[in-house]
Design a protein around this ligand. Structure first.
Ligand SMILES: Cc1cc2nc3c(=O)[nH]c(=O)nc-3n(C[C@H](O)[C@H](O)[C@H](O)COP(=O)(O)OP(=O)(O)OC[C@H]3O[C@@H](n4cnc5c(N)ncnc54)[C@H](O)[C@@H]3O)c2cc1C
Length: 474
């Protein structure tokens, strides 16, 4: 016991030596703040007074050099390191399941450069994304990464989870927008990816670390594209008679023009959430589209959009409902609108090609609603590509079991059922929330023998397995 306490003090003093006494916390109350992210199970534990998965130490470094020294210490003592950005992730990715160190990046929040010639912006990875966007806006630009977590997620968190913003259909995901990164490897080496993202000098290093969820290294700096603010942004809403026609219209739109926002709601979500927030009375499948850019081009695209929707039986509802949707884009997450504890819920977040999208939707809905009486399934397509779409599919149970173990068992059964129905029909388990702890067990099922590529990388970069254990199936 004495030896254990001695070793703990020894580690503490090494951490304090690197980041300063004031930047290491061990107090119980502070640990609790790092015991819950947006993962349902963590929040349920907190709600029901259960013990939370807290770290032993929280450290707040201010540079890549300090992180490098911290990782060397962690490797020496073989202590787990969990990187924490904003703690807004929904997959339990930042939770310290194995105790050890939680490394909060938010002191690393400096703007490094705006390069107006190349139209890029570079910042430290602990900066909250809203701050980066404000810096871009000051020069008349935007990063066009506008997720609903803009004010609570960090630059590093968005990269680590392959995040996406509401304008993605035109401006891409974070992995399209990021040009270069600095990363501290588990052994403490500080590396940079190549200065430009398009080259034939081997595989793309950026894409090895984007989405790696703190399991292969810690992202400390990143450069992103900057976009001009659009001269014109115009909205149009439509009501489709069914999902088949709505999806066909969405596909045609993406393959001919590029809207910035396009959301298509299933009937259940149209008659519940859309009715409540946007005040749409009609039944059907509501779609909201935003077109933006140079006004003359947008005017022509608007004509094409209306032609496509008419062809698929979409009733033109004009611009007002679309504008209302945009004004309320964060209201969707306010209490009273978003599902919340004590309900049990999950956003399964499936991505698929167009060939399989509708089949996946029905397979998931039928599997969940028929196997779990009382569980509702609603969905909308949020993010679109030339080849397919993301299904923002959610299950909701209003009165889950009170016993935490029973609740977790049911939660995992619903997830397994929904996600396996998606995979069996050609879907991929996640578009932009990441894997974290929530889906870790399903990574091998998703990848099959291809999983050995990630396992090999993990083994060679992190032989002591200290980086964010139990996440991403690694
Ligand atoms: C209300 C709400 C709305 C949301 N809307 C969206 C949305 O529109 N789009 C979207 O993509 N997501 C959304 N999310 C999910 C979440 O906010 C994002 O995944 C966000 O990018 C996470 O950032 P974070 O800084 O909070 O990461 P954290 O939760 O702190 O960490 C997430 C993961 O990234 C790792 N990580 C964090 N920083 C680093 C780093 N510097 N280097 C390496 N690994 C790191 C962590 O270890 C963890 O595995 C939403 C969440 C909420 C609560």
């Amino acid at each position: 016991m004495q030896a254990k306490a001695f070793m703990r003090d020894m580690i503490l003093s090494e951490l304090e030596d690197i980041v300063g006494v004031e930047n290491v916390s061990t107090g119980d109350s502070e640990m609790l703040a790092y015991g819950v992210d947006y993962f349902w199970i963590g929040r349920m534990w907190a709600d029901r007074g259960q013990k939370l998965p807290v770290p032993e130490f929280v450290v707040r470094p201010k540079s890549a050099e300090e992180i490098s020294r911290l990782l060397k210490v962690a490797n020496y003592y073989k202590i787990p390191v969990h990187t924490w950005g904003g703690g807004s992730g929904s997959q339990g990715g930042a939770l310290a399941m194995a105790g050890g160190i939680t490394l909060d990046t938010k002191r690393m929040n400096k703007l490094i450069e705006i390069d107006e010639k190349s139209r890029t912006i570079t910042a430290e990875a602990g900066m909250v994304f809203q701050q980066l966007e404000w810096y871009a806006n000051e020069r008349g630009y935007s990063c066009m990464h506008i997720p609903s977590c803009l004010t609570c997620g960090t630059v590093g968190g968005a990269l680590a989870h392959r995040g996406i913003g509401i304008m993605s259909s035109k401006y891409g995901k974070i992995d399209d927008q990021c040009l270069q990164m600095e990363i501290v490897l588990p052994n403490g080496d500080i590396i940079e990816t190549l200065p430009v993202p398009k080259h034939a000098a081997g595989p793309d290093l950026n894409q090895i670390f984007i989405g790696s969820e703190g399991t292969l290294g810690i992202i400390t700096k990143a450069t992103f594209k900057l976009f001009e603010q659009p001269e014109s942004r115009q909205f149009r809403a439509f009501m489709f008679p069914n999902l088949t026609e709505g999806l066909a219209a969405g596909r045609d739109i993406m393959q001919k023009i590029k809207p910035s926002i396009m959301r298509l709601y299933d009937e259940a979500e149209t008659t519940s959430i859309i009715k409540k927030i946007i005040d749409v009375e009609e039944k059907g499948n509501f779609m909201n589209v935003a077109l933006e850019g140079i006004r003359r081009i947008v005017d022509i695209e608007m004509e094409i959009l209306c032609e496509i929707c008419e062809k698929h039986g979409g009733r033109d509802m004009g611009s007002e409902y679309g504008e209302r949707w945009y004004d309320n884009r964060i209201t969707f997450f306010y209490p009273g609108h978003i599902m919340d504890i004590p309900q049990m819920f999950g956003t399964m977040d499936t991505v698929s090609d167009y060939k399989n999208a509708e089949k996946i939707y029905w397979a998931m809905k039928n599997a969940i609603e028929s196997n779990f009486p009382g569980v509702r399934f609603i969905a909308h397509c949020s993010h679109w590509y030339e080849w397919g779409t993301m299904i923002y599919d959610r299950f909701i149970l209003d009165t889950p079991p009170q016993d935490p173990d029973e609740a977790i068992r049911l939660h995992n059964q619903i997830w397994n059922t929904g996600v396996r129905a998606a995979m069996a029909n050609g879907g991929v388990i996640n578009d932009h929330h990441g894997i974290g702890l929530k889906l870790s067990r399903l990574m091998k099922e998703q990848y099959g023998p291809a999983m050995q590529v990630f396992e090999g990388l993990k083994k060679s970069l992190d032989p002591n397995g200290i980086m964010n254990p139990y996440k991403l199936g690694l």
